[in-house]
Design a protein around this ligand. Sequence first.
Ligand code: URA
Length: 431
Amino acid sequence: MNVPDLIRKKRDGEPHSRAELEALILGYTRGDVPDYQISAWLMAVYLKGMTPQETADLTMVMAESGDLMDLGDLPRTVDKHSTGGVGDKTSLILTPMLAALGLTVAKMSGRGLAHTGGTIDKLESIPGWTSELEEAQFIAQARDIGLSLVGQSKDLAPADGKLYALRDVTATVDCLPLIASSIMSKKLASGAHTVVLDVKVGAGAFMRTLDDGRGLARAMVDIGTRAGRQVRAVLTDMDTPLGHMAGNSLEVLEALATLRGHGPHDLTELCVALAVEALAAQGEDAAQAEARARTTLHDGSALAKFRAFVDAQGGDATYVDDVSKFDVAPGRADVTAPTSGFVDRIDALSVGRAVLALGGGRERKGEAIDHGVGVELVKKPGEAVQAGEVVMRVYHRDERGLHTATALLADGLSIRAQAPTPDPLILDHVN
Ligand code: URA
């Protein structure tokens, strides 16, 4: 097949057949089609879009570009994915909840990039914990304790790894069919029967508007359904960080408090809502599912699963019970309210960028990060404040990035005279 003809076809807005997508994507993954041709094709996709059938075909081709994980006879397998946000430690809480509810979570997670955090980075705040498991251990652990988590493997959906790196440098990341196929190719390759998607919408997310978020959710649910999986999506607000903590160790501490039943309201409610989606996809009654999900946060069963999971993956499980062991950066600086009133906005993107400036995230793949730095939202939107009162606390190390971080946070904070109407956290459901 002639690659310039395929680029021309997409440039002119015509749909590709599956065979054409195979020629392009598998050719690129093998190294037979060069970066410059795929760059041109990606830009054509960005400008002309793809039909639902093309998006589903592209996803399958990407999923089948490498190994397909065989979860075999594992019972009630479930995977969860968030499209990325700030302070989003949901996976740390939800996955042990699901294991405690009798589901099997065998999940692939990523690291943080730019202003968004990643589950693997957060868990590495616990000394010894590793995301590098052999496939046999990954499966055996999922069978034994109902929860195992690995880092992104080069062998699963390798086409996505190559395409994502190219999209990153060709201004083609924020394109609905490319995001949907990127996420879903990894979900299909990692084998779970049920997939729960948390599609973030707002200032700190890829999708800035609810309509765009709905479009992405619909595309991903459609891909999963065509591939014979149960996929449910929840659209959630990411204008403001989730919970009170952003930064790796700080987020694990907040996740542990939530697993003990003392989590912030928004974070707890989101975890319960996502657990209900997973159980409902397996045919459970929603009201009963909600009661069961809440119980796991109060009877110690989700916490016990988390402890067993940390231990199984080489982590020092004493950190789970003695949280004073976590390395939290010793420096403190406060961002205060410039006037009295009510907190209107704490911009998620500003908080994410502040954590990045402090050294808690990475601009480029492979950079080392400082797990101990971060930002605490002492107040959340809607709360009353007096002029000079602390709204955010910065945890820094030797003032690295402190000036930039506090400027970003001050910029992202707005106070208003009247109490704002609270925005709902859960904006919509798609299934
Ligand atoms: N997450 C992914 O895995 N891929 C994208 O394209 C965007 C977010």
